[in-house]
Design a protein around this ligand. Structure first.
Ligand SMILES: Nc1ncnc2c1ncn2[C@@H]1O[C@H](COP(=O)(O)OP(=O)(O)OP(=O)(O)O)[C@@H](O)[C@H]1O
Length: 358
């Protein structure tokens, strides 16, 4: 018969690759049960979208076989408790992630929507705010044109109820505006409208709240970055020089004194085009590797590339984003990006909570 101490001793040899400490020190092991030759326990990851899940699971099994008994039956329940910063002033929303670009039209909304859906597919509780006051696209991308969120009284206060679709909760500035009427936004108006989407909505418990920002750097950015505990920003760009130059300004804003939002990484969209009849050809219409170079310049991770594919724009226009199509290769590409984003959030949280030296 084995003991829990033997199991813990074995697992203290398994390191969490990102956090660079062993699983026992990080308190990631729970519910140890030993029964004859069977050893079971739970590993509590920092996110259900952990890209290292299988690697950690295999390392645990190997450690038990090596340090306890090579014939033990090992049953591991891989689960998660999404981390947040100790200083988070919004405890029911664990991580706010801003999706930003410098230039307009680079696919920021497309990335925000598919990132949110992919995190949801991984089992996280996800919300999405469309804060693009100049061109809110979420109502069309979710086929919710003309919808208005309901209002409910919660603890004596009127609260906006986010609309739920495809497993995530949504609010768009577009739900409150006439799509045929342009609004001349002034600074204070912008600020109060954006704050309402966060403060006056009944979001419930969320692991990740993705915020689709307007292009450029303006009032919305300042309101979100200074008014709310943003876990990090993702920068979307195309490889084109004009987009990169603007993306640099956008990323630079998050690093300014008084803003100081960590940049989680760069996503390159419209990286290349592959015609359906020539599936092995890649045409780098907007140039090559611009996103990677931008990530290098800012010393942040490159989170992935998305090619120019007709199904992406069709999915956006029809209200069925590409991520809903499980079989499409880009659905996998977005899942991969979502894992990398969640991983970077967990790393930033560990740095902020002084569990990791940044
Ligand atoms: N990888 C892609 N392949 C094909 N079409 C794409 C791709 N990414 C985005 N698009 C299309 O490009 C257009 C602009 O995308 P999107 O609205 O996501 O950009 P944006 O940066 O959010 O724009 P805005 O500046 O208006 O906020 C949309 O029609 C979208 O469907």
């Amino acid at each position: 018969m084995y003991t829990s101490e033997q199991v813990l001793a074995a697992l203290s040899h398994v390191e969490e690759p990102d956090l660079k400490k062993d699983l026992v020190t990080l308190k990631m092991i729970e519910d140890i049960k030993v029964e004859n030759k069977k050893i079971s326990f739970s590993v509590i990851l920092t996110t259900p979208a952990c890209p290292l899940k299988e690697m950690i699971k295999n390392a645990c099994t190997n450690a038990i076989h090596h340090f306890v008994d090579k014939d033990a039956e090992v049953v591991i329940n891989m689960t998660s408790r999404v981390t947040t910063k100790g200083t988070n002033t919004f405890p029911n929303i664990k991580n706010i992630i801003a999706v930003a670009s410098g230039k307009g039209g680079v696919g920021k909304s497309t990335v925000a929507v598919n990132l949110a859906l992919s995190l949801g597919k991984k089992g996280a509780k996800v919300g999405l705010i469309d804060a693009d006051i100049y061109g809110p696209s979420l109502p069309i991308m979710f086929h919710l044109e003309g919808e208005r969120p309901s209002i409910a009284v919660v603890e004596g206060k009127n609260k906006i109820l986010p609309i739920e679709k495809y497993g995530i909760k949504l609010l768009s500035i577009g739900f409150f505006a006439d799509p045929n009427q342009a609004i001349p936004w002034r600074g204070p108006m912008v600020s109060s409208a954006i704050k309402q989407l966060f403060n006056d909505a009944e979001w419930g418990e969320l692991d990740y709240l993705i915020v689709d920002m307007p292009p450029g750097t303006g009032d919305v950015h300042i309101t979100v970055a200074q008014g709310f505990p943003v876990a990090g920003a993702v920068i979307v760009t195309t490889p084109q020089n004009v987009a990169l130059a603007d993306a640099k300004k956008g990323a630079g804003m998050f690093r300014m004194e008084g803003v100081k939002v960590p940049i989680l990484g760069v996503i390159e969209n419209m990286s290349y085009f592959t015609p359906a009849e020539l599936p092995n050809n890649k045409y780098y219409i907007f140039g090559q590797d611009g996103g990677k170079k931008l990530a290098e310049q800012f010393d942040v991770p490159f989170l992935g590339e998305i090619p120019l594919v007709k199904a992406v724009s069709e999915g956006g226009d029809s209200g069925e984003p590409i991520s809903l199509n499980q079989n499409h290769p880009l659905s996998h590409a977005f899942l991969d990006i979502a894992e990398k984003v969640a991983q970077q959030v967990a790393i930033q949280n560990a740095v902020a909570n002084k569990e990791l030296v940044g």
